[in-house]
Design a protein around this ligand. Structure first.
Ligand code: AMP
Length: 117
């Protein structure tokens, strides 16, 4: 479903061409519930435009990447997991377990999370 030429399933969600449970959207970022949640709260925070992997990010993306972290923090607060705790991760390429090549933060919480591999 993903290509590396500027379109992806997440870009289509951001454009509302595909359904998703969107919990946040602005001109730069969209956040929505993961379709196969691994925790009671599992939200993906994605830029609206495609950056395939973190390796493709440039200095120009610095503000955007920081904003994604702050959106994750805001959503953690709104989902009442700020105090109990949560995890924010980004997978990169094959060994990192990336399956959708449009960078995204995973926000996970709502239960005690196991150790990372
Ligand atoms: P990653 O393996 O880090 O690339 O994460 C991709 C995530 O996207 C997985 O957790 C998938 O469950 C999730 N995912 C894939 N397609 C969709 C979709 N259409 N809507 C919501 N989440 C999706």
């Amino acid at each position: 479903m993903t290509d590396h030429l500027g379109d992806s399933v997440f870009a289509r969600i951001a454009r509302k061409e595909l359904p998703a449970k969107i919990v946040y959207q602005d001109e730069e970022i969209t956040a929505f519930h993961d379709i196969e949640p691994l925790a009671p709260v599992h939200i993906l925070i994605v830029p609206n435009r495609v950056i395939p992997t973190l390796n493709d990010a440039t200095l120009e993306d610095q503000q955007l990447l920081g904003k994604m972290m702050l959106v994750a923090r805001q959503l953690a607060c709104q989902h009442s997991i700020s105090d109990t705790g949560y995890r924010v991760t980004m997978n990169v390429n094959s060994d990192g377990g990336q399956s959708v090549f449009h960078i995204h933060l995973h926000l996970m919480g709502g239960q005690k999370l196991g150790r990372m591999a």
